[in-house]
Design a protein. Structure first.
Length: 257
């Protein structure tokens, strides 16, 4: 394997650029860090192009290198400082790679059980909701483009592989797409602090889109107007609201009962 020793190497610069959304869109690739996530990405059908392995850990990652090469990747060794330049984390796990991004689903063939994020900004919340959706049995996520980019390294680390298993779609026209889903038989369920009590109004349905709003503003009026039902979780103590990921987790598990 060739060793790349300079942060100015074109391959390193290209991988480093994948930390930013603009480069991900232009290149059609995303940065995946760590052996576990890299194997999850490849298992899900994402194709690696370039892979970096820390030189001092070449023996440890020998099996990973072979697997990535089997998928057609160019595998390079790199000293620690070069790997750190390419990775998003401050303390890289010894390997990272550039992978093709998942193909988004289309509204007309959307999964039956969707969690929908209307402007959720925090990457940790987006990744946690994605992971929880996977655990609860939901099979798709729809996001407004005003929220955190689901293909950012921070979101993918929080999703812990669920981002490769649960298909996602990002849209500039969330209310319109929810309207299309309603016409296809989905129940649009909006989380709202002024909604009906969740456990009294929770619908029984085979196809649904559960909408979680922005951390500060909640669900937008435009999106809320599409709702079949607006629901709120009970607040029996002194707290006025829940973290978006916690609220989403409770609702997703209840809807899947």
């Amino acid at each position: 394997m060739t060793e790349l020793t300079s942060v100015q190497n074109p391959t390193i610069k290209r991988m480093k650029a994948l930390k930013d959304k603009k480069a991900r869109v232009q290149q059609g690739e995303m940065l995946v860090e760590g052996e576990k996530l890299m194997l999850e990405a490849a298992k899900a059908g994402l194709i690696p192009s370039d892979v970096l392995i820390e030189s001092s850990q070449a023996e440890k990652f020998e099996s990973l290198a072979r697997e990535m090469e089997a998928f057609g990747a160019h595998v390079y060794l790199a000293p620690r400082h070069v790997l750190e330049a390419a990775c998003d984390t401050k303390t890289p796990q010894g390997a990272c790679g550039a992978f093709t991004m998942p193909v988004p689903f289309r509204p007309e063939n959307a999964p039956e059980r969707l969690v929908v994020l209307d402007g959720v900004q925090d990457p940790g919340n987006v990744g946690t909701i994605w992971r929880t959706a996977d655990a609860a049995g939901l099979n798709g996520m729809l996001l407004a483009s005003s929220g955190a980019d689901p293909f950012s390294p921070k979101v993918q680390r929080s999703a812990m592989g669920s981002g490769f298993r649960v298909p996602v779609r990002v849209t500039d026209r969330l209310a319109d797409e929810l309207t299309v889903l309603r016409s296809l038989g989905y129940r649009v369920i909006v989380s709202a602090l002024d909604g009906a009590p969740f456990y009294e109004g929770m619908p029984k349905c085979d196809k649904f889109a559960l909408v979680i709003g922005n951390e500060a503003r909640g669900v937008s009026d435009e999106v809320s107007s599409v709702a079949d039902v607006r629901l709120k979780l009970p607040m029996r103590g002194g707290a006025e609201s829940l973290n978006a990921a916690v609220a989403a987790g409770i609702m997703m598990y209840e809807l899947m009962k």
